[in-house]
Design a protein. Structure first.
Length: 384
């Protein structure tokens, strides 16, 4: 398919995962970009049942990581779903349907269908919004997504098609299906010629980081020193970069250093890490991982420039590291799935163990630092 994700050789060079799953570029903290739009947050606040998700302080993790305070942004229940994805899907669908008018029908009079590909949470969020709005949804999922996650999408009333192959193949199938006159693609990754809706999804994610600012202030914690973000195609990390790199100097007048931003991926699908090492948008062949929602082979073309310039570091972790983080977060009262717990696994890899002194220096982390871990999903989202 012309223009499909990861298909033109000119867009992404193939690469294998480097031996050492770590990349750092401390100069990222001096880079700035325009701040994200703020309209989405008011939209979310007006949605039925919306409430900010909890920011949970975890002193045992602070002691383990050798920092002052650690907070976990708990996205195990967001707008009635067990993951943060509803923030982006709801805002993008709202804007798309508003653009088409209240009837939101295709040229032949049929009501628009919402089409997407997913490795779990995004597809369920699109299906939930479609059901609330009385619309049809068609969701394409790659092989390897947990049957319970697939069943949850179907339980929202969506048509579900399982696609042989990886996430990128499911995205291509969804893009093909959305070529029908009565369909619109609501995808959370971008490629050349398809940027508007992924940009709206990123705008929706900005709500999460605005909440963190307020919650840290309420906890008298100040600005974070490090924010760890699980990464699939990189749209949530793009929202993090826009938020923390979009601040003007007047907003950091207290003398606090800008937050360091750490992306965390599975070792078998570390496309952002590979891209940062190569210095260009790079696809990787993906493998099997319990972190199904992060099992993506190509970064979003829209996210890539922000990740290239605004991320301080990237790390890849093993399934065993994520599984241990799931158990430890549960012991601390935080429900987290394998993808959500990747942020803790990544922070542990960065801040502890052999070579950690250099990595901590790269990130500007000391004994008094505040660390925020984005737990993107609850245990019910993508069972391990």
């Amino acid at each position: 398919m012309a223009g499909s994700p990861a298909s033109p050789a000119s867009r992404a060079a193939r690469s294998s995962l480097p031996c050492l799953p770590w990349f750092a570029r401390p100069a990222a903290r001096s880079w700035t970009c325009p701040p994200p739009p703020t309209e989405a947050r008011a939209f979310h606040a007006a949605l039925p049942g919306h409430t900010p998700t909890a920011l949970r302080e975890t002193p045992p993790l602070a002691a383990e990581l050798g920092v002052g305070r650690v907070f976990v942004k708990d996205e195990s229940e967001r707008l009635g779903l067990p993951a943060f994805k509803a923030l982006g899907a709801s805002w993008a669908i709202h804007r798309v349907l508003a653009r088409h008018g209240s009837g939101a029908a295709a040229a032949d009079g049929r009501r628009l269908r919402l089409v997407t590909a997913t490795d779990g949470n995004h597809g369920r969020a699109v299906a939930r919004m479609a059901r609330r709005l009385g619309r049809r949804a068609h969701v394409f999922v790659p092989e390897g997504v947990h049957p319970a996650a697939v069943a949850a999408i179907a339980g929202e009333g969506a048509e579900v098609t399982v696609v042989p192959g990886p996430y990128d193949a499911a995205v291509r199938r969804a893009a093909d299906a959305a070529g029908a006159p009565d369909a619109v693609l609501i995808q959370d990754t971008a490629w050349h010629g398809y940027e508007e809706i992924p940009a709206l999804i990123v705008e929706g994610y900005a709500t999460l980081f605005a909440e963190i600012d307020e919650q840290l202030a309420e906890a008298d914690a100040g600005a974070p020193s490090l924010v760890a973000v699980p990464v699939g195609v990189g749209s949530l990390a793009q929202a993090a970069v826009a938020h923390y790199r979009g601040r003007r100097p007047a907003m950091t007048g207290s003398g606090e250093a800008p937050a360091a931003l750490l992306s965390v991926e599975p070792e078998v699908a570390a496309c952002v890490l590979a891209s940062l090492r190569e210095g260009r948008l790079t696809s990787v062949e993906t493998g099997v991982t319990t972190m199904a929602g992060l099992n993506c082979g190509t970064p979003s073309a829209l996210a890539w420039p922000a990740l290239r310039d605004g991320l301080d570091a990237a790390v890849a972790v093993r399934d065993a590291d994520s599984a241990a983080a799931v158990r430890d977060l549960a012991d601390l009262g935080v429900s987290s799935g394998p993808c959500g717990a990747a942020s803790l696994a990544g922070a542990r890899a960065a801040l502890t163990g052999e070579g950690s002194a250099g990595r901590r220096s790269d990130l500007g982390i000391g004994a008094d630092s505040t660390v925020v871990l984005i737990s993107t999903e609850g245990a019910a989202a993508n069972p391990s």
